[in-house]
Design a protein around this ligand. Sequence first.
Ligand SMILES: [Zn+2]
Length: 289
Amino acid sequence: MSQVANPVTDKVKEVFEAVVDALRVPKPEQGSPSAVFQSFEAEALRDEIIRTGRKLWERQYVDGNGGNISCRIGTDYVLCTPTMISKGDMTAADICLSDMDGKIVAGNRLRTSELLLHLEIYRATPRARAVVHCHPPYATAFSLTGTIPPVGLISEYEIFIGPAALARFETPGTQAFAETVLPFVQDHNTILLANHGVVCWSDSITRAEWLVEILESYCKTCVIAGQIGKPLIPIPDQKIQEILALKRRLGFPDSRMSHSMGEDDPAVPASPELERIVRQVIERQEARS
Ligand SMILES: [Zn+2]
């Protein structure tokens, strides 16, 4: 006998399932560590961490067991990658849950020692909800020379990153290493780590990884442009000011702006054309993710 659609029955079923889900899954900020770890939000974030790890490995931004990814979940916890694993080989069972002191509270693996770096960033700025650390060759090459990539050359880099910072060298995995980024983390979402790699923070794991892509592509382009043997032509300063006005509105950090994030710049409004370009870039990135 064929099934006849019954809207009332379907609605009751939908409500019943929603109630079951609500009872089974506490809000992440309210639950015990194990409840948070088993929540649907944690499941989705684990998937995002795994997808991001594969991207980092496929793009050759990590080597051996290098690199690490984390994200905040609720107010009290961080999901993070474990130590001693290729970021291209992770499964959901490898992802750990840490408290804000770096103590593992759920999961079967040891956390990365560089979680200390991530935690310092989270404590320093609540805007950071995800952190990606890796070793992309061109950006890392800049760090070996103690050189911060130039600015004012490519609009996408100006909008999403702007001036990067360079943190001094410390032994990886130590608290001293973690604290090297603190002077920069408020005004920079992208920091080169001297003789080591890079770290980027954003409001999501995917977007933190975009910053790594944008940085690495930019550093590579700068190196190639430098080999042509002609002077580099900067974007006109007036256009840079328009970009900064847009960044203010978007809430993106930039050391060229004051600390009054998110306020409109009354002197130089961002043009509708520029906003259209940024929207296109974001849509393009989302389609690629
Ligand atoms: Zn590293």
